[in-house]
Write a protein that binds this ligand. Structure first.
Ligand code: F6P
Length: 546
């Protein structure tokens, strides 16, 4: 079944939400808590090892009820079924969207054009498993017979960000291999990585679904040239493997067919870490841990597919985000993980969210008259508290934020963990409560300061508060819980795309820039600068003169 093409603003729920917004926009969360002892229970979901508290939001039961109605009126349930069952919901590219099948159990059946894709997924998983074990155990070696010590993932976008984020996030579980990521076409990136490598003991994983991406092929060729200064040509087969849907392109590069790991057109790049694109994850933490990551995501898939909408974590978080984006006109969302391990989580989400939902045409091909994708940004707490939190607390913008924390420290350092978690809780409390002028004055009085001198300072010390946050509190950072967390955000993206009536799985905007860069590269090679706007021609001329 094709996705419905309902303009959300024409639904009854949207009209009601508009009215509801004008009635409730000035409500104070502190009052909502004061008037309802059970608010924290009403607006939270405990599921598996997750506690998701969304009570610190500018919502009432009616808000949630209307948002859930909006999801129904935009036919979310049908869309979920269409996605999981392999319908071509990426209609602009005529493809199914089946990253969920990559983590489905072996006895599942998922049909694409009448063919069950689960057997090929499991065949690829076995290939990943066997290769991972051989590299980690030293059964496959480099050209001089020494075991591999380093792995370099060469890819960009979805062929880099997901694996890089997960490898860093799960470094507590890593083995003896050191993993590097080369992505930028900026030659400084690849050359800095090369400095750290020994050609005898380094394995290169080229990841490119298309195997045509300029950055990846340039980096792969530079590395290949460097490698061949030390090793005979035939050792390419030992040191280079590829993950791609373009077998022909890979073989032309000189990679042996049995060193090619598959990709499929029903997996979007930014949702592909669960496939062989995650080979560097498997090599870094071992196949069993990689599989646990997939199992975690599968648990989140099952929750998303089966939980009632009002108890469904991705759906509730997606709808609350729509509430701020489309009614409060909030432009961005901060994602603040309280663990250094998730240092790259916001960067990863930027591609997943913004490449998916940064669209301005609806599923009817009509320009939109409402806002879509949110701008995602963030850094781990507590560092970010000392960087940009000032703006969230006292700036002029409304910035809803997700706080992600883990109850247990992996290093069992109670002192650090207690301090971390107190900050984690304190910030959401401060953002909600704010500080009134009376609070400020009372503080001064407590300190025995004379009010006369400080009265003029009061306005600067007031925090307006009422800043919304979600708290996603997870027992412990494990491969499985990380899989669930990533799956949660993937489904949130999907839900928002459905409600906004956009296609979330193409990325034509990125492709346009690539085309222009190809033309300009030609100009640089030919030393010409015609056929450009005056500004671009001027910059190009400046570059050509250097
Ligand atoms: O940035 C555009 C994009 O197509 C992403 O969607 C994709 O993840 C990335 O480029 C890399 O593409 P490929 O895996 O084909 O090299």
């Amino acid at each position: 079944m094709a996705l419905s093409k309902t303009n959300p603003t024409t639904t009854k729920a949207w009209q009601n939400l508009r009215e509801h917004f004008s009635e409730t926009k000035n409500l104070k969360m502190t009052d909502l808590f004061a008037n309802d002892d059970s608010r924290a229970d009403t607006f939270s979901i405990e599921w598996d090892d997750f506690l998701v508290d969304f009570s610190k939001n500018r919502i009432t039961e009616e808000t949630l009820d209307l948002l859930l109605k909006l999801a129904k009126e935009t036919h979310l349930q049908d869309a979920i079924e269409s996605q999981f069952s392999g319908k071509s919901i990426n209609e602009t590219e005529d493809r199914a969207v089946l990253h969920t099948a990559l983590r489905a159990p072996e006895n599942a059946t998922v049909l694409v054009n009448g063919v069950n894709i689960i057997p090929q997924i499991y065949q690829a998983k076995k290939q990943i498993q066997s290769f991972t074990n051989q590299v980690i155990n030293g059964e496959v070696t480099g050209f001089t017979g020494r075991p591999f010590t380093d792995v370099v993932n060469i890819g960009i976008g979805g062929s880099d960000l997901g694996p890089a984020m997960v490898v860093e996030a799960l470094q507590f579980y890593k083995n003896q291999l050191t993993t590097h990521f080369v992505s930028n076409v900026d030659g400084d990136h690849v050359n800095e990585i090369i400095k750290k490598l020994n050609p005898e003991t380094t394995l290169f994983v080229i990841v490119s679904k298309s195997f045509t991406t300029q950055e990846t092929l340039s980096n792969a060729n530079t590395i290949r040239e460097w490698f061949l200064k030390y090793a005979p040509e035939h050792s390419i087969a030992k040191h280079f493997v590829a993950v791609s849907a373009n077998g022909k392109g890979v073989q032309e590069f000189g990679i042996r067919p049995d060193n090619i790991f598959p990709m499929w057109d029903w997996v979007g790049g930014r949702f592909s870490l669960w496939s062989a694109v995650g080979l560097s994850i498997s090599l870094s933490i071992g196949y069993d841990n990689f599989d646990k990551l997939l199992q975690g995501a599968h648990k989140m898939d099952t929750h998303f597919k089966t939980a009632a909408f009002n108890e469904n974590i991705p759906i509730v978080l997606a709808l609350i985000s729509i509430w701020y984006n489309n009614f409060f006109n909030a432009e961005s969302e901060a994602v603040i993980p309280y663990t250094q391990y998730l240092n790259q989580f916001a960067t990863y989400l930027q591609q997943a969210v913004m490449e998916s939902n940064g669209k301005s045409v609806d599923r009817n091909g009509q320009p939109l008259n409402y806002q879509t994708g949110t701008i995602i940004w963030g850094e781990p707490g507590t560092n970010s508290q000392h960087a940009f939190f000032q703006l969230i607390h006292q700036g002029t913008k409304l910035i809803p934020a997700d706080f992600i924390g883990f109850a247990e420290s992996l290093h069992e350092n109670k002192d650090h963990q207690d301090k971390l978690i107190s900050n984690f809780i304190a910030q959401t409390e401060a953002l909600m409560k704010g500080k009134t002028a009376a609070d400020v004055l009372a503080e001064y009085e407590k300190q025995g300061k004379s009010l006369g001198n400080i009265q003029s300072l009061v306005p600067f010390k007031v925090f307006k508060g009422n800043n919304p946050t979600n708290t996603i509190f997870i027992k412990k950072l494990t491969p499985e819980s990380l899989g669930k967390l990533i799956g949660l955000y993937e489904h949130k993206i999907f839900v928002q795309g459905i409600v906004w009536n956009i296609y979330s799985y193409d990325q034509f905007g990125v492709e346009f820039g690539k085309q222009l860069a190809t033309n300009i590269l030609q100009d640089i090679k030919n030393n010409t600068f015609a056929n450009h706007d005056a500004s671009s021609a001027k910059i190009l001329k400046y570059y050509l003169k250097k």
